[in-house]
Design a protein around this ligand. Sequence first.
Ligand SMILES: NC(=O)c1ccc[n+]([C@@H]2O[C@H](COP(=O)([O-])OP(=O)(O)OC[C@H]3O[C@@H](n4cnc5c(N)ncnc54)[C@H](OP(=O)(O)O)[C@@H]3O)[C@@H](O)[C@H]2O)c1
Length: 238
Amino acid sequence: MKKTILVTGCNRGIGFCLIQKLIKDVNNIVIGTTRSNTSALSDLKEANHDRLHIIEMDVGIEKSITDAFLKISNLSTSLDVLINNAGYAPDKTKKGENVSRSDMMDAFEINTLGPLLVIQQSLPLLRNGLMKKIINISSLLGSHAMNPGRQIAYSTAKCALGMITSVFAKELESEGFAIVAVHPGTVATDMRPDLKLPGAMPHIQPEESADGILNNAVFTKENLNGRFITWNGETMAW
Ligand SMILES: NC(=O)c1ccc[n+]([C@@H]2O[C@H](COP(=O)([O-])OP(=O)(O)OC[C@H]3O[C@@H](n4cnc5c(N)ncnc54)[C@H](OP(=O)(O)O)[C@@H]3O)[C@@H](O)[C@H]2O)c1
């Protein structure tokens, strides 16, 4: 079955690994969005120009999202899966008492509002698709139960993304949608430079995270609507 899959934030990290793996299946049409290019992304595009489409989109700017969807709608009348992957942690070293208003707003715009607006724009296309799946890449830091007590801006924004997942899951259940929040693991990407240092805490590589997200959230037959899971398929407490 031919499938059309949209991934945000595809130029590096987990998003890049997701599109790299998805494009290997000749039945997949992949639309990746990015706000900046990388040589790895250009090379992947060149090798797969017929099935990989790269669209510019800054998820923190509403007009950039609507402009991107004009282009996406010209490419395809339907989408099977949306993976809201783009994310940003502005407050890695700050405690709650030092966090600034702009850190809170930046975290919210990119991790919460961006995915919400992308879902809104994707819905008409997803309704024409067969899989009707929305994967919101969240974080352990967005879980009340697992919260290690740090990065208040990022944690709050990812927690709110969890509620967006729950509300859409209820609103769209009768239409056969599955909306799922996924913690991708503790992953050695640019977001976590500390994991590249000697003696770093246990972690995984972005390839393993992407494999897990695809196997356990995107292509699983299990009905995960409204659930919060980890990349390796375990239930994550909200
Ligand atoms: N790494 C981890 O341990 C970990 C753990 C939990 C959750 N996550 C989540 O996993 C997802 C992927 O993160 P990653 O680890 O792969 O991090 P990453 O390597 O830092 O990649 C982040 C991606 O998001 C994009 N992005 C950031 N702000 C954007 C904006 N305003 N508009 C469009 N794209 C934007 C980046 O694009 P640019 O290159 O243009 O900045 C990049 O493609 C994120 O949602 C993150 O919160 C990661």
